[in-house]
Design a protein around this ligand. Structure first.
Ligand code: IDP
Ligand code: MG
Length: 156
């Protein structure tokens, strides 16, 4: 199975609460390869595009306001089954219902301010990476740890 990429974003509450290190540590310790990272501030227009599938829902205007309230940190991470693995690490959307051991379950209480976004499918990941990063910004480099994180079969 080839390695896959996923798109992750640390939301404004993660920045305000000083939780970047904690969250990034978990993703790093999992074995995921960091391919790209960028901090930026959402415009309402770009945020509405990112969350277009939620347009019209009651929470949408407040979600856009929240996401634009401070910078976010966008990441591209790579690994075996990375999309599902990172979603599992995030936990349920509502931090109050997310299982202990997950990022949201351990670090949050809110539905809206739930610290992290992660792509929900390979197709979404591709679209989200392309929305926020140029091809050149997604770095490529040999990682020494690759053969310790994955078996040879998994790297094919
Ligand atoms: P996800 O981030 O777990 O994929 P989605 O259902 O795609 O969750 O919702 C996108 C984001 O919108 C959530 O991460 C959260 O910030 C916010 N959100 C979702 N549902 C609610 C809600 O019922 N109230 C307030 N905010 C919500
Ligand atoms: Mg979602």
């Amino acid at each position: 199975m080839a390695l896959e990429k996923t798109f992750v974003m640390l939301k404004p509450d993660a920045l305000q609460r000083g939780l970047y290190g904690e969250i990034i540590s978990r993703l790093e310790a999992k074995g995921l390869k960091f391919r790209a990272a960028k901090m930026f501030r959402f415009t309402p227009q770009l945020c509405r595009e990112h969350y277009a599938h939620h347009a019209g829902k009651p929470f949408f205007p407040k979600l856009v306001e929240f996401m634009c309230s401070a910078p976010v940190l966008a990441l591209v991470l790579e690994g075996k089954d990375a999309v599902n693995q990172v979603r599992a690490m995030c936990g349920a959307t509502d931090c109050g219902k997310a299982a202990p051991g997950t990022i949201r379950g351990d670090l949050g209480l809110s539905v809206q301010s739930n610290l992290i976004h992660a792509s929900d499918s390979r197709e979404t990941a591709e679209a989200e990476i392309a929305r926020f990063f140029t091809k050149e910004e997604v770095t490529g480099y040999p990682r020494q740890a690759e053969k310790s994180v994955h078996s040879e079969d998994e790297l094919k």
